[in-house]
Design a protein around this ligand. Structure first.
Ligand code: SF4
Length: 400
């Protein structure tokens, strides 16, 4: 293959077309226009085309990303729209690759990729769904390029009033050997596409709260097989009851890099409505132990939790809680706008208690206020400026 592999752009000056292959991702586009990216099997990853941006997840869901007046909005495309945009992207890819070939420039050598199509994408995602035994409900926003490995299935608690992620899924833990078979199957299915995966995400919810010796074996095996850092979710109410700093140290030594914890709120009143049985002191101790063990934190809080009635409690207590955490380089704070599913117990509570559901704009304003207060409190309590990002976590974008 003649394409640039060093991560720098090669340019066909005659056609104003550039391309590169970097970290297993092939990008091609017109220097002054559209950019398309694919993995090395031709799966669409991202496309900026005719002024619109699209991201495709590995399970073949397409998200349209629109940024207007500094505000970013996202929307998942329906089946027909996704098929249409996939056809446009492959057709555009074919045109760009042919133009380079015709100009006599040393092209990327990926002419076959323009012949991929929607049918292939559907069957590819179907194979992955079979391997996982179903769809993957959620990943953290920075894990878009992860290889998801399903070690546990569902959530052992599964009773938070607002959460629909694992509804109807019976919690189960896989053996080390079946995790490794799953990895073999994923490697075979992804082919050269595996090169675009930069981390391993150990799913589902709370995968680290299995027997320490087992989870350490799983992380070690993944690290040895794939050579990638491992990330996972944890809760802050069952995990701290069974894990110590020594357990976290073993997981970190095996390759666990960051753990994402859905704290949601620092307000006891709000946590009660969320049916999250989290003792805030225990949660704080858990996160301190993880940090002491060398594991980075991804702390997730929500904007809009508790509705309008509890907004001030939620903002005040959550910002104080987060500003007290031992955060630093490598940690992240995510603010996720609450999604009130009509069929959820949370929706029943907020409507019955007349708490008032915040509008999308109010949730965005609350997210900004949470961020400002967290960073303000952090600066009051620490001599060094905060060196961790406080970023949005949009569920609509965090699909695999
Ligand atoms: S612990 Fe997390 S995954 Fe489980 S029910 Fe609560 S929010 Fe959902």
């Amino acid at each position: 293959m003649a394409a640039s592999r060093g991560g720098y752009w090669r340019v066909d000056g005659m056609n104003d077309i550039g391309w590169k292959i970097d970290h297993g991702v092939f990008s091609i586009g017109q220097v002054s226009g559209d950019v398309l990216t694919f993995d090395l099997e031709g799966r669409i990853i991202f496309a900026s085309i005719s002024g619109r941006s699209y991201r495709r997840t590995i399970m073949n869901r397409f998200i349209e990303i629109i940024t207007a007046n500094g505000i970013r909005t996202t929307r998942e495309l329906d089946y027909g729209e996704a098929q249409e945009i996939a056809d446009v992207i492959y057709s555009r890819l074919g045109t760009l690759i042919s133009a380079v070939a015709l100009s006599g420039t040393d092209g990327p050598g990926l002419e076959w990729m323009g012949k991929r199509d929607w049918k292939w994408l559907v069957s590819d995602a179907g194979r992955l769904t079979e391997i996982y035994g179903g769809g993957i409900p959620v990943i953290p926003p920075d894990q878009y390029f992860a290889l998801y490995v399903r070690y546990t299935r569902g959530c052992p608690w599964n009773k938070c009033s607002f959460c629909r992620l694992y509804t109807g899924i019976n919690y189960a833990v896989s053996s080390v050997s079946s995790v490794l078979s799953q990895v073999d199957e994923l490697r075979a299915a992804l082919g050269r596409g595996i090169d675009s995966r930069r981390t391993v995400f150990l799913g589902d919810a709370n995968a680290i709260n299995t027997r320490t010796s087992e989870v350490v074996k799983v992380i070690t095996a993944l690290r040895e097989t794939l050579g990638l850092p491992v990330y996972a979710f944890s809760d802050a109410f069952t995990t701290p009851l069974s894990k110590s700093e020594s357990d976290y140290s073993q997981m970190h030594s095996a390759g666990l890099h960051r753990v994402y914890i859905g704290v949601e709120s620092g307000s006891r009143k709000v946590l009660e409505i969320l049916n999250k049985p989290m003792d805030l002191d225990t949660a704080l101790a858990e996160m301190r132990q993880m940090k002491a063990a060398g594991i980075s934190l991804g702390v997730i809080i929500m904007s809009g939790a508790g509705g309008r009635a509890l907004a001030e409690d939620h903002i005040r207590d959550t910002s104080h809680f987060v500003a007290n955490l031992p955060l630093g380089r490598g940690d992240m704070v995510y603010i996720s706008p609450m999604v009130e599913y009509r069929e959820s117990p949370y929706y029943d509570i907020v409507t019955k208690e007349k708490l008032g559901i915040l509008s999308a704009a109010e949730k965005m304003a609350q997210a900004q206020e949470l961020k400002d207060r967290i960073l303000g409190l952090w600066k009051e309590r620490n001599t060094l400026p905060p060196n961790f990002p406080v970023a949005p976590y949009l569920l609509a974008e965090s699909i695999y």
